[in-house]
Design a protein around this ligand. Structure first.
Ligand SMILES: [Mn+2]
Length: 255
């Protein structure tokens, strides 16, 4: 039975991070609201701590809609993907719009974002990394490129990386962040790098999206130490595979 003090602590924690709820992970949405809603149907917001892995925008027509939905959903965290960074870069610097369109940017979404300054600021405040109480580390890309944002001797590398990413988004440094967050996924093939990253961040596993896998469930590597939840949800993504399973991108994070 719980005593008073831990119960109070748990109430405080859940107010901060919905930590009493089971975790639901949502991989890259890329503007496909219809498939997102279908995938979320079995998971009511009030019963899950939902975590979006970033890349809600680009390719599909409803990028800003997906951002607003994730922002407003109860008990939800949203982390930063490389496509949010590219969109913020295009927003600030018109010379970058062409590049952003070449990676799936939707001009109508940019205009919508331009009219919504609170949404812009909310995007800039998204963390690059999220640590859960069970020592799961949540991030967009399946690689350790985030390390290039800090000196390796940081006592709390996750906090330092988030701070540096936040600084870059507030000081015109989106290009650097785009380069790092666009690095390809390596954890599935490079277990030594995965182990080093887990060690450095004091994590037991890492959860990411970024590059569509081809399984009907989230793809699990190295005995569960790395899990990819990008199941190619968006029908507009250049790597979308017809008939890709909703459950490949959206599902509970097991214990
Ligand atoms: Mn990505």
């Amino acid at each position: 039975m719980r005593t008073g003090a831990p119960r109070l602590a748990s109430i405080l924690l859940s107010a901060l991070a919905s930590s009493d709820l089971p975790v639901l992970i949502v991989g890259d949405v890329h503007g496909d609201l219809e498939r997102l809603f279908a995938a979320l149907k079995p998971y009511p917001a009030e019963r899950w701590h939902t975590i979006f892995l970033g890349d809600l925008v680009d390719y599909g027509a409803f990028g800003v809609g997906a951002l607003r939905y994730s922002r407003d959903r109860a008990n939800t965290d949203v982390i930063l993907g490389n496509h949010e960074v590219a969109m913020l870069c295009a927003l600030r610097d018109p010379s970058r719009v062409g590049f952003w369109i070449s990676v799936g940017g939707q001009p109508h979404d940019l205009e919508e974002l331009r009219r919504d300054e609170p949404l812009q600021e909310w995007m800039r405040e998204r963390p690059a990394l999220l640590e859960l109480a069970d020592r799961s580390l949540i991030q967009h890309c399946g690689n350790d490129a985030y390390l290039e944002l800090i000196s390796i001797a940081e006592e709390d590398p996750v906090a330092a990386i988030n701070q540096r990413a936040n600084d870059l988004l507030h000081s015109g440094g989106e290009s650097l962040l785009w380069d790092l967050l666009s690095s390809r996924n390596v954890f599935e093939n490079q277990s030594a790098r995965l182990e080093r990253w887990l060690d450095l961040t004091h994590s037991r596993r890492v959860v990411f999206g970024h590059r569509p896998h081809r399984s009907s469930r989230p793809e699990i590597y190295h005995g569960g130490k790395a899990i990819n939840f990008d199941g190619g949800l968006s029908r507009s993504h250049r790597l979308h595979q017809r008939g890709s399973a909703l459950a490949a991108s959206v599902g509970p994070l097991s214990d």
